[in-house]
Design a binder for this molecule. Structure first.
Ligand SMILES: Cc1cc2nc3c(=O)[nH]c(=O)nc-3n(C[C@H](O)[C@H](O)[C@H](O)COP(=O)(O)OP(=O)(O)OC[C@H]3O[C@@H](n4cnc5c(N)ncnc54)[C@H](O)[C@@H]3O)c2cc1C
Ligand SMILES: NC(=O)c1ccc[n+]([C@@H]2O[C@H](COP(=O)([O-])OP(=O)(O)OC[C@H]3O[C@@H](n4cnc5c(N)ncnc54)[C@H](O)[C@@H]3O)[C@@H](O)[C@H]2O)c1
Length: 476
């Protein structure tokens, strides 16, 4: 059995593990990056990239159809085979050579195989041919193993071999009908994509859609999905699922039965920690790895958890943000350089708490950052809520005929700063970063008036929100 020592071991080469390894190498450390599937992780091959590729073509088609003059040039429908071909180009046909080449060029040692803790600071990697290598970490181990799809305990569901996000994002053939259980981001995005391919989609949510976001986001997406031909069943329990010769049969709470070729379980995620030897270091297998803001796992001074597996914010960009903090922190600690761990310091992931941006790529898109009005109230802030119809902005009316959308800004009255912003509308995703800067930098409202949006862009929504806020204030 081979034994090797590195300054840092990173377990899992998804986007988050890759980034942590890169930053640590840049800080002068030797790093082993352990991966048992594809370098690039879920995001590159079965999540962000293929899902967005599946959505983009229909979005472009819709955008052209919404502009008189361009609409006349749209004489055909979506070419689904071309969409799948384009998706395959983003996943490199599920081949990770280019990412493995990047890892090597970055000076990181890629160790192919399945890693498990075999003791403190020690990871044993079982290679595909069964050989074992024991890796020892001089300074730290960072767990970046991500998540699997969570399949709930619905009678018959597991036996019915449901699709998860993996099958939905990598499908080579498009089913004629698809039932989706769940009302979150995966459910709404995949309903949007498959409906655009002509699949008969039935979405079954036990509540509303997009819980945790501003309520109008879920309401507008529900309405849009229905207009796009999806059957959206809200407040509906899934009682039983059964695979038949023809596909699947799904019994709902009220006793009615729906049938479909496939069923997609879009019901959340579970941490990939059940088989990584957590018991060898005194932790419970299968648990989320809870961390402090330096991403150290509670009770350890050498064990970090980054990305999805720590359950702080299950998003690639947020995990990469954590990875940068951790890679630089471990390198700084190893060299005796100063560390910066106060709130908003270099080596902490402060933004995870109240400044997380997210885009849901439905049509309309939902782009949000920070706290919703409800979350801000629960957190004890005294707030004002400012709403504006996006379609009334001159830039939006030029952008698309009949542009319909909505924006909300949540203001902290005590500090006069923005706590959260939500945009719902066609192609609003790139409006989001200005909002993220306003929220993270805690830009005072008085100064925001000096950030002048160019006329006539959709960004003028900022001016409208400020004017509306001013008018609301003057009425009080
Ligand atoms: C359908 C879908 C769409 C999404 N779209 C977006 C989006 O548009 N934007 C966004 O920000 N987020 C999106 N997400 C979330 C995003 O995919 C995750 O937040 C991100 O992949 C987390 O990165 P990670 O590196 O923590 O984990 P992962 O990407 O899951 O990578 C973990 C890696 O660790 C490896 N690994 C695990 N255990 C071991 C082991 N024991 N030994 C060796 N290797 C191991 C795995 O093989 C994997 O390669 C989406 C998720 C889904 C499901
Ligand atoms: N564009 C993006 O940024 C993007 C896209 C997709 C996924 N993601 C990330 O991936 C993660 C996973 O997405 P997701 O949609 O799977 O999770 P989610 O947490 O967003 O939604 C899960 C849904 O499943 C439902 N559900 C859970 N258990 C159930 C049960 N027993 N019966 C019926 N319904 C049940 C919930 O009510 C909820 O509607 C999210 O946290 C998200 O951040 C991000």
């Amino acid at each position: 059995m081979e034994q090797v020592e590195y300054d840092l071991i990173v377990l899992g080469a998804g986007p988050v593990g890759e980034n942590a390894a890169d930053l640590a190498v840049r800080g002068g450390l030797s790093v082993a990056l352990v991966e048992h599937e594809l370098v690039g992780g879920e995001c590159s091959y079965w999540a962000c990239m293929p899902s967005k590729a599946l959505l983009r073509s229909a979005q472009a088609l819709r955008a052209a159809k919404q502009v008189d003059g361009a609409a006349q040039a749209v004489t055909g429908g979506l070419d689904v085979n071309a969409v799948l071909r384009r998706r395959n180009s983003f996943t490199h046909d599920w081949n990770d050579d280019s990412q493995a080449d990047w890892v090597a060029s970055a000076g990181i040692t890629l160790v192919r195989g399945f890693g498990r803790f075999s003791g403190p600071r020690q990871v044993t990697v079982t290679a595909p041919d069964g050989t074992e290598t024991v890796l020892t970490a001089k300074h730290a181990v960072a767990v970046a193993t991500g998540t699997d799809a969570f399949i709930p305990d619905i009678e018959g569901l597991r036996d019915a071999r449901p699709w998860t996000s993996r099958e939905a994002t990598s499908a080579k053939e498009i089913p004629k009908s698809l039932a989706i259980i769940g009302g979150g981001v995966v459910a709404t995005e995949m309903a949007t994509a498959y409906a655009s391919f002509g699949t008969r989609v039935t979405l079954i949510s036990r509540g509303g859609l997009l819980a945790g976001m501003e309520p109008f986001a879920g309401e507008m997406v529900t309405e849009a999905l229905r207009e796009q031909g999806t059957t959206v069943l809200l407040n509906t329990e899934t009682k039983r699922v059964r695979r038949t010769d023809a596909g699947v049969e799904i019994e709902l709470g009220g006793g009615s039965v729906i049938t479909a070729d496939e069923v997609l379980a879009a019901t959340g995620r579970s941490p990939r920690t059940s088989d990584i030897g957590l018991d060898a270091i005194g932790l419970k297998p299968g648990s989320w790895l809870k961390t402090d803001d330096t991403l150290l796992v509670e009770g350890f001074d050498w064990l970090y958890a980054i990305g999805d597996v720590n359950h702080r914010a299950l998003l690639t960009h947020q995990g990469k943000y954590q990875a940068r903090a951790v890679g630089e922190l471990i390198a700084a600690k190893a060299s005796g350089a100063p560390v910066s761990t106060d709130a908003w310091g270099t080596h902490v992931a402060t933004a995870d708490h109240e400044a997380v941006p997210q885009v849901t790529f439905t049509d309309p898109e939902v782009a949000s950052v920070g706290l919703t009005a409800e979350a801000a109230g629960k957190a004890g802030y005294t707030t004002s809520v400012v709403d504006y119809e996006l379609g009334n902005v001159a830039g939006a009316s030029l952008y698309a005929d009949g542009y319909a959308g909505k924006a909300r800004m949540v203001v902290d009255e005590e500090r006069s700063v923005v706590l959260g912003v939500t945009f719902v509308g066609p192609d609003v995703s790139d409006l989001l970063h200005a909002a993220t800067i306003a929220v993270t930098a805690q830009v005072p409202i008085a100064r925001l008036w000096h950030a002048v949006p160019a006329y006539p862009t959709v960004s003028e929504i900022w001016l409208r929100l400020l004017e509306t806020y001013r008018d609301q204030q003057s009425r009080h």
